[in-house]
Design a protein around this ligand. Structure first.
Ligand code: AMP
Length: 199
């Protein structure tokens, strides 16, 4: 895995939108653990049956289950040259697992793009998405729980990646295009350069 780029931020920050745009630009897959889990739920797999009530409550699916699922996804051929991670890692334990998984293939996290958006805006966006996409975990109660879980379990990753020098904070409360051009600029400056012209 030559290029691992992580999008990180609260639910509703728009990291999925940015991850999918960047994946198209760079020609490497976007790997969203939320999408992979929703796929398991809709197929009714063993993992899906365990994950469904957890996701509906706004809690996190246990690290070992998510990491196993991620490892399987990374073994697919399209992830050979890198991947854009969207929604993983979400805990310090997952960050360690990701590092270990990347090291197995001589890769590492090149850049962590932290899409920062104030809470009041997140709640608004998530309620709108609930109407548009009909996601079962976008109710007002679950949104509050997901933001609480984010603050408790996921936000501490910012410090971890700041210390490693990979973190770039991007103001996510702007137009999608403006954020995308900041993302591209951040990657040009990242410690391991993305191929010229790719971003
Ligand atoms: P997302 O689409 O990324 O907002 O994820 C939706 C839900 O899937 C989350 O609220 C969690 O319940 C679960 N989920 C997604 N990614 C992870 C992860 N990396 N670790 C644990 N649970 C996750």
């Amino acid at each position: 895995m030559s290029s691992a780029i992580v999008f990180f931020g609260p639910p509703g920050s728009g990291k999925g939108t940015q991850a999918s745009r960047l994946a198209a630009t760079l020609g490497i897959p976007q790997i969203s653990t939320g999408d992979l889990l929703r796929n398991h739920v809709s197929r009714g797999s063993a993992l899906g049956r365990v994950a469904k009530p957890i996701m509906e409550s706004g809690a996190l699916v246990p690290d070992d289950l998510v990491t196993k699922m991620l490892k399987e996804r990374l073994a697919e051929p399209d992830a050979k040259n890198g991947a854009i991670f969207d929604g993983y890692p979400r805990t310090v334990a997952q960050a360690r697992s990701l590092q270990a998984l990347l090291e197995e293939t001589g890769g590492r996290v090149d850049a962590v793009l932290f899409i920062d958006v104030p809470d009041t805006i997140l709640v608004d966006r998530l309620l709108k998405r609930a109407v548009l996409e009909g996601r079962a975990d976008d109710t007002r109660e679950t949104i509050a729980e997901r933001l609480r879980v984010y603050r408790e379990k996921t936000a501490p990753l910012a410090d971890l990646y700041r210390q490693s020098g990979a973190l770039v904070t991007i103001d996510g409360n702007r137009a999608i295009e403006t954020i995308a051009s900041d993302v591209a600029a951040a990657l040009q400056n990242a410690r391991t350069a993305v191929p010229k012209g790719a971003a």
